[in-house]
Structure formats: structure tokens, C-alpha cells
Ligand binder design. Structure first.
Ligand SMILES: [Zn+2]
Length: 99
């Protein structure tokens, strides 16, 4: 019989995650707050998408659903490249919001 079949529900899934996504989303929210823009999900996502298209991805292997707290994001958060891309993206969304 095949009653030993594992569906995989309890097996942790390993997957590549772009750590830039989390860092950029955090930076976008910060920039929007500082610049007085709309901080709704649409505007944050739009700005993050624009910025992420300019910033090279940085993938790590992680377990699905795991927090990325083990990643030292400080280096990236102080990156001028990210700040410039995020600021440009936020300004673009602020000047032409989708709603
Ligand atoms: Zn909005």
C-alpha cells in the first residue's frame, strides 16, 4: 500500500529569495514617510517594483516563510545606489499615483 506517501505539507521548502525585496520595501516605506507620500499598498508596491527593476537582485537560500533576520541588511540599507533608486521611484509614484 502507498500509505506512507508524504504530501510535503510538513516538509520545509527551501527556496531562493531576493533579499533586496525586503530591504527595498522597507526603504520605500521610510522614503514615503519622509517625503509625505501615500503609503498605501499600491503606492508602496509600485515604488518598490520600480526600484527593484534598477537594483541588481541578491538571492539567498532560505526556508519558505522564514524571516530574513539572519541577513545582515545594514550594508545594503546604507547603499547609495539603493537610496537613489528608491527615492527616484517614490518621487515617480508620488507625481503620478495609480489612484
Ligand atoms: Zn497610494
Amino acid at each position: 500500500m502507498d500509505d506512507g506517501k508524504i504530501i510535503g505539507k510538513t516538509t520545509p521548502e527551501w527556496m531562493p529569495v531576493n533579499v533586496m525585496e525586503e530591504i527595498v520595501i522597507r526603504q520605500v516605506k521610510k522614503a514615503i514617510a519622509e517625503m509625505g507620500g501615500c503609503g498605501c499598498d499600491i503606492c508602496v508596491s509600485d515604488a518598490a517594483a520600480l526600484a527593484l527593476n534598477e537594483i541588481p537582485p541578491r538571492y539567498v537560500t532560505t526556508q519558505k516563510g522564514a524571516l530574513l533576520e539572519s541577513i545582515d541588511s545594514t550594508n545594503y540599507e546604507n547603499s547609495t545606489e539603493i537610496l537613489v533608486s528608491v527615492t527616484k521611484a517614490v518621487m515617480k509614484v508620488m507625481s503620478n499615483p495609480r489612484h
